[in-house]
Write a protein that binds this ligand. Structure first.
Ligand SMILES: [Zn+2]
Length: 389
């Protein structure tokens, strides 16, 4: 871009919106200090951002020990930056996101077949305008999928557990706003990189998304690993039993997700007729953890194979991606809390020397299923910033 006063103004606007997204509310004085722009430049830009409907004046806040007070500036919640469809194999969650990174879940519906799914999404989007504060200029529609997605074209290339192929969303969804789509694990690591200090600090992290299947999202040197055909980080389809007869949805045999998805320990526990409490996979898995924690032998047995293969998956992540942070999430957000010690013992026996040094393992900071929603909203916010004019 040629630098003239107009493009300079745009760069400064983008900078200020980015800082407000990152830090939350700030005063003009604080913005001036952070950006090193003069107070009068800040004033002019803030005036324009208020006129564009992106920024609002908030409460007067104390900004120094001497009791000086200044008006805080915040990103508006008058419109939603995104409507996110978080597509799971069983259910799809619908949520809205705002410029300040907050999100709100609205409701869920059974995902069903591709045609019924598309019908429901179009139906919902028709009603949306009356129910939610959408902006014809700024609101994007974002889809999170369990599978391989071309984010530039918003096309689902292949979602094995749904058996959907080559779904061109822009041709099927009737809506005048930008449509984005990405893999749920990629969006989850994006959310963690926007809100977690460890991922921000290191820029090398892996999100292991465990639900009905297993997905993976990697950030390497601060960039999402996509690969030539957008299947970068698909750890769920790495082979962990080379001579296995267990067929995977992807067509291969012995894939990690056929041994370490949440379905495995639940099916194992329920195979003799005893049912676990809960409707969804995540709820049932929580019940299984509870049974395990009160010492039920049957639950312990059911979890054994799952934890063994999960440790194999984690070893492969450490040895392949060499991340600083490994995050477990998806339909459970307490696997590491409950089984971290046991998993770490197994992992430390089999990783290459030095690769495990200082690696942080943890559960996601987000509620079940929320990481991909927050990540989807981050994608929409980035689009708003990039297309400011
Ligand atoms: Zn597979």
């Amino acid at each position: 871009m040629k630098i003239n006063s107009q493009s300079m103004k745009l760069l400064n606007e983008q900078l200020i919106v980015r800082i407000l997204v990152e830090k939350g509310s700030l005063s003009q004085v604080e913005l001036s200090r952070i950006t090193k722009l003069t107070p009068s430049t800040i004033s002019r830009i803030v005036f324009d951002l208020i006129k564009m409907g992106l920024v609002e004046k908030g409460k007067r806040i104390q900004t120094s020990a001497l009791g000086r007070r200044a008006t805080s500036l915040l990103l508006t919640k008058n419109f939603c930056s995104s409507v996110v469809f978080n597509v799971g194999v069983e259910q799809t969650e619908v949520a809205v996101g705002y410029l300040d990174k907050s999100t709100k879940k609205l409701y869920t519906f059974p995902t069903g077949t591709l045609s019924s799914f598309i019908e429901k999404v179009n139906e919902f989007l028709n009603l949306l305008r009356n129910e939610q504060p959408v902006s014809s200029k700024y609101t994007s529609i974002v889809f999170a999928f369990p599978g391989i997605v071309d984010p530039q074209k918003a096309e689902v290339i292949y979602a094995p557990n749904l058996n959907w192929r080559n779904v061109k969303l822009t041709e099927l969804i009737h809506y005048n706003y930008p449509i984005f789509a990405d893999n749920e694990a990629n969006l989850s690591i994006l959310a963690e990189s926007a809100l977690s200090n460890d991922v921000k600090k290191f820029g090398n992290a892996f999100f292991l998304y465990i639900s009905q299947g297993i997905g993976g999202g990697a950030i390497i040197n601060n960039k999402i690993l996509r690969g030539a055909r957008f299947a970068g980080g698909e750890i769920g389809h790495t082979v962990v039993e080379a001579r296995s007869n267990t067929k995977c949805h992807c067509g291969n045999y012995g894939c990690l997700e056929r041994f370490a998805s949440l379905l495995l320990p639940i099916t194992e526990y329920e195979k003799n007729g005893k049912k676990l409490k809960g409707k969804t996979l995540g709820e049932k898995f929580d019940s299984l953890i509870k049974m395990n924690n009160i010492g039920e032998q049957r639950a312990k047995e059911a979890l054994k194979g799952f934890l063994y293969y999960l440790s194999i998956g984690l070893i492969n992540i450490v040895n392949t991606f060499n991340p600083n942070v490994i995050i477990l999430g998806g339909d459970s957000n307490s696997i590491w809390k409950n089984f971290g010690e046991e998993l770490y013992k197994m992992i430390s026996k089999r990783t290459m020397p030095k690769t495990l040094e200082g690696v942080i393992f943890r559960d996601t900071i987000f509620d079940k299923g929320s990481a991909s929603i927050v990540g989807g909203n981050m994608l929409a916010i980035e689009h708003i910033i990039e297309t400011l004019s």
